[in-house]
Design a protein around this ligand. Structure first.
Ligand SMILES: NC(=O)C1=CN([C@@H]2O[C@H](COP(=O)(O)OP(=O)(O)OC[C@H]3O[C@@H](n4cnc5c(N)ncnc54)[C@H](O)[C@@H]3O)[C@@H](O)[C@H]2O)C=CC1
Ligand SMILES: O=C(O)C1=N[C@H](C(=O)O)C[C@H](O)C1
Length: 215
């Protein structure tokens, strides 16, 4: 597969290239804040850049009309409206967290949510590396949106932590804690690879990562 990366020089861009080349795929397009290089037209573009890069990502996909796998966080409703527009022309797979574990955690949270009433306190904590620009994480926001109330979020920025998310449910007599921790960026790049390979067979439309996992 010929693929492109927007956010090539970043932590995720570099991790994507490492896993994709191991899988035998060919990098033909790369874009960063101040550079862009294309040797052939890509069959799919992977975006792990930044919120401020998003308008340019939209323009690149509008121009190249190729499928998009996007993991960039910090996107707002207007950005999602632009993704929906792109998805009229090409398949788009979006996830704030491409790890299998977080998608399992999401299902567990939906289950617990059926049992806890207003007598239970619920709080979410996330820990990431010191260089992460957005706070709270996109994953924490996504997990919070699975619950039927506004959730207190706590963020730590420590060293080179790859990503830890903890959801605590507490009544006055007990605490139930669900936690996921990434030990490597491969936790995310594996899901991005699965999505990039799957998207080649998809019709135009907006797809979540769970939809790809369940296929
Ligand atoms: N969905 C998921 O599974 C995951 C999502 N992420 C998200 O991916 C994004 C990138 O994370 P990192 O690689 O750690 O960040 P980073 O800061 O290491 O890399 C950001 C990249 O974006 C590029 N960039 C910045 N402005 C740009 C612009 N205007 N045009 C094009 N490129 C531009 C930079 O050159 C750099 O290559 C973040 O939003 C992060 O939250 C990170 C890990 C997993
Ligand atoms: O910036 C990161 O590293 C990560 N960001 C994503 C997020 O904001 O949820 C996903 C993962 O936790 C790693």
């Amino acid at each position: 597969m010929k693929y492109g990366i927007i956010g090539y020089s970043g932590r995720m861009g570099q991790a994507i290239e490492k896993l994709f080349s191991k899988a035998g795929h060919k990098l033909v397009y790369q874009k960063d804040e101040n550079s862009e290089k294309e040797t052939e037209k890509p069959e799919v573009i992977i975006d792990f850049s930044l919120k401020e890069a998003f308008p340019k990502t939209v323009r690149v996909i509008e121009e190249k009309k190729v499928p998009l796998v996007i993991g960039t966080t910090g996107l707002d409703e207007d950005d999602f409206a632009k993704l929906d527009k792109l998805a009229e022309e090409v398949p788009v797979i979006q996830s704030f967290n491409f790890s299998i574990g977080i998608n399992i955690l999401s299902e567990l949270i939906k289950k617990v949510n059926q049992y806890v009433d207003q007598d239970w306190d619920i709080e979410i904590s996330e820990t990431h590396h010191r260089f992460k620009k957005d706070k709270p994480s996109g994953t924490a926001i996504m997990l919070g949106n699975l619950l039927d109330r506004d959730i207190e979020m706590h963020s730590k920025r420590l060293g080179s932590e790859f990503g830890e998310h903890e959801v605590d449910f507490a009544s006055t007599g007990e605490v139930l804690t669900l936690k996921h921790r990434a030990y490597s960026r491969e936790a995310f790049t594996r899901g991005a690879l699965l999505s990039a390979e799957a998207i080649l067979d998809l019709k135009p439309g907006f797809y979540s990562f769970p939809e790809i996992l369940n296929n």
